[in-house]
Design a protein around this ligand. Structure first.
Ligand code: SF4
Length: 376
């Protein structure tokens, strides 16, 4: 590893059940695999040629808090053996609102200082529709419990759920008022092949919200969260000043990061890689002493630069040409002259003092911007 990563992602692929819209790499209700998973992560980390000093550690899933306190402790001990945390290391855990209360001391002892709570909604009916097992009260209690150990608390919210109206979403957003959270990630519900929601869609039991409604919901999100003091700093992310996700910023700025666990995707030495997405195959491969990586993508410099540009534009402050050149070795023009000119003419991009960023319209139409830059 010539360019040593200072960020680590660990994918914890266990959940109580699979929510109807979810196609993440995970197994539901198969907790007997957890010990094998812990041993596999240990093996993966032992394959690193050197120990790391890290600035951010992110446990995602799945539901990392589905692990027992003993299992979480073991996982942290495993990580710690190979990844020394720098003094102000950001340590994030994705948590189910049902798993927090009563475990604060353990989270604190493990040095977890940031929680990403899978809230999705405050509305009982919407939660039920999304197959979420928590209630509004459990969310509020979990948020309160996080205050005792987390310096930063983020919540995830989903909009454009089946039959959701603009007013329903407005009511959900109104619930945020006064809550002690400093980061919000919002996602439009997507229908992924192989999920129960996908089946419901193809059988006509669900219908996708119209594009107009989805854009209205997004506009409302931006406006309401601004009223609550959240700065829109990335397409799907909002933060109070100083509480932007440091870990995710590593992704958006093209820095290297190590990723372990089934389905985990990392970026090292200019190469993207992904571990096998089948949890069972991942375990079997590692137990046989074989690398679980199934996809290695050593991108040509131009492709890598285009990706960096497209991802970097997700940040509302945009991307500075100097930073871009430092990472990619190319100027904006060398990378995507025609696409950038076209996007500017369409009013989706603006540039100022060597920095390009999305216009307000470009923010709403980010997917089209990315497609144009990537040339796909
Ligand atoms: S809790 Fe999250 S990761 Fe687990 S099944 Fe539901 S949406 Fe997927």
């Amino acid at each position: 590893m010539s360019d040593l990563p200072r960020s680590v992602y660990v994918h914890v692929p266990f959940c109580r059940h699979r929510c109807g819209y979810c196609n993440f790499t995970l197994v539901a209700d198969r907790d007997y695999l957890i010990e094998r998973f812990l041993a596999a992560v240990d093996w993966e980390l032992q394959q690193m040629p050197t120990s790391l000093e890290i600035d951010t550690l992110y446990l995602g899933g799945g539901t990392p808090t589905h692990l027992s306190e003993r299992q979480l402790t073991k996982l942290f001990e495993t990580i710690e053996r190979r990844c020394k945390r720098a003094g102000n290391c950001e340590v994030t855990i994705e948590a189910n609102p049902c798993d927090v209360v009563g475990r604060q001391e353990t989270f604190k002892r493990l040095g977890i200082n940031r929680v990403s709570l899978g809230v999705q909604s405050f509305d009982a009916q919407k939660l039920q529709q999304l197959d979420r097992s928590h209630t509004r009260n459990q969310i509020v209690e979990a948020i309160e419990a996080c205050r005792s150990f987390a310096q930063s608390l983020s919540i995830d919210l989903i909009f454009a759920a089946p039959d959701e109206t603009l007013n329903d979403w407005r009511r959900d957003l109104a619930e945020l008022k006064g809550l002690p959270i400093n980061h919000i990630s919002t996602y439009e519900l997507t229908y992924e092949k192989g999920t129960r929601f996908w089946n419901a869609l193809t059988q006509g039991r669900h219908s996708i919200a119209t594009e107009d409604l989805r854009l209205e919901m997004y506009d409302l999100t931006i406006a309401e969260l601004a009223n609550l003091g959240f700065c829109h700093y990335e397409i799907s992310s909002f933060a109070k000043p100083g509480f932007e996700s440091r870990h995710n910023t590593v992704y958006w700025t093209g820095k290297p990061f190590l990723a372990v666990g089934p389905g985990a995707a990392g970026y090292l030495n200019g190469t993207r890689y992904q571990n096998t997405q089948s949890v069972i195959r991942y375990l079997q491969q590692v137990e046989a002493g074989m690398s679980p990586v199934f996809d290695l993508d050593e991108l040509p410099p131009m492709d890598r630069a285009k990706e960096l540009l497209a991802i970097g534009l997700r940040r509302i402050n945009g991307i500075a040409e100097n930073d871009f050149r430092d990472v990619s070795g190319l100027s904006f023009e060398q990378c995507a002259q025609n696409a950038l000119r076209k996007l500017s003419e369409l009013g989706l991009l603006t540039s100022d003092g060597g920095t390009i960023r999305l216009t307000a319209r470009g923010v709403r139409l980010y997917d089209s911007v990315a497609v144009e830059i990537l040339g796909k």
